[in-house]
Design a protein around this ligand. Structure first.
Ligand code: COA
Length: 334
């Protein structure tokens, strides 16, 4: 039987600069009150000039390796929507920055579902015998693709990174990834899209307008689909694990909007207090939000060894999915 992928370390990081709702609302037709009540967000962390995704990824990766007590791994997967450059991938830069040698390293692009796709990719590398240990990092300098004058997106997003170390093990061990359920639907690609900078725009011969380099979002439609798909996928992952929704100790959902997270919890009949939320402090950090939430819940002493955890996300693509695991005995470095 192929080895299972077992979480054996967790690290996170966030930029020091805090931007409050009042600061976002300056010069924009919105308010602290609207942002708080419609999203749950109070403040977010943002990168300052000169900090790129790989810088955050290296910090989070170093913390995860420390948490795992390792100084080398067999492969690195980086989930990001905001690579340092369109070409090449950012993962090799991160592996180099961590001094990991000439290991396989590649990017995964699944926007807010990126961490779940990264976990599945890491588990695949382990099952295929490519590596016995994999560093899965999710890092986003997301505010670099946000138009500060667009009230549909500027209040929502923030920057940060989180990482886990996966090792080959058995499904019976705490930390093993159990139910893995992933999906996509490209008919929803335009719901979350950066129009310029790719081959579609470049091959047209048309020079992009500056605002086309920013990400646009159809928030309401994303909201409705996010609730529906996260519920569906969670049920599939739980069924594959043999758990009922009532067995879940922690629902750690993608931190997009507090109302999305409560709607998912309500539909799954998971009590609201078991749905962890830290988007009030970080905003929506896209792919990085789930590991940042895991780090927060563990660091606050809420998530402890043996807890049954359900992870779920929906994001651009559209992509979505869910993963179950029993939380291992690890000390996160946050
Ligand atoms: N400030 C003030 N008013 C705003 C606003 C803002 N920043 N953004 C929208 N509005 C207004 C709208 O114009 C609309 O006004 P109207 O009723 O007069 O037409 C009203 O608020 C409601 O707009 P709507 O878009 O329906 O709001 P919403 O409740 O869906 O909240 C989002 C908007 C973006 C917060 C919400 O849809 C969301 O969180 N979507 C998911 C976003 C996400 O994180 N996606 C990433 C991957 S999952």
């Amino acid at each position: 039987m192929n080895p299972a992928a077992v979480v054996t370390g967790l690290g996170t990081t966030a930029p020091e600069t805090v931007v409050t709702n009042e600061m976002v609302a300056r010069g924009l037709d919105t308010s602290d009150e609207w942002i708080r009540t419609r999203t749950g967000i109070r403040e977010r962390r943002v990168v300052t000039s000169g900090t790129a995704t790989s810088d955050l990824a290296v910090d989070a990766g170093r913390n995860a390796l420390k948490s795992a007590g390792l100084d080398e791994v067999g492969a690195l997967v980086l989930a990001t929507t905001t690579p340092d450059h369109p070409c090449p991938a950012t993962a090799p830069t991160v592996a180099y920055g961590l001094g990991l040698g000439e290991i396989p390293a590649f990017d995964v692009s699944a926007v807010c579902s990126g961490f779940l796709y990264g976990l599945a990719s890491g588990a695949g590398l382990i099952a295929a015998g490519v590596a016995d240990t994999v560093l899965v990092v999710a890092a986003e300098a997301f505010t670099t693709i946000i138009d500060p004058t667009d009230r549909n997106t500027a209040p929502i997003f923030g920057d940060g990174a989180g990482a886990v170390v996966l090792r080959a093990g058995k499904t019976s061990e705490a930390g093993a990834l159990l139910g893995l359920d992933l999906h996509s639907n490209g008919s929803m690609a335009e719901l979350i899209m950066t129009p310029a900078g790719g081959s579609r725009q470049r091959s047209s011969g048309r020079v992009a307008e500056p605002h086309e380099h920013f990400m646009g979002m159809q928030g309401r439609t994303v909201f409705v689909n996010a609730v529906m798909k996260m519920e569906q996928s969670s049920r599939t992952a739980l069924a594959a694990t043999g758990w009922e929704t009532g067995d879940v100790d922690w629902l750690i959902g993608h931190q997009a909007n507090a109302r999305i997270l409560s709607a998912v919890a309500e539909r799954l009949e998971i009590p609201a207090e078991r749905a962890y939320i830290n988007l009030d402090r970080y905003g929506n950090t896209a792919g990085a939000s789930i590991p940042l939430a895991l780090g927060g819940a563990a660091d606050e002493g809420l998530l402890t060894a043996g807890h049954r955890v359900l992870l779920t996300a929906f994001g651009g693509g559209a992509t979505w999915g869910a993963v179950t695991l029993r939380w291992p005995e690890i000390v996160p470095v946050v």
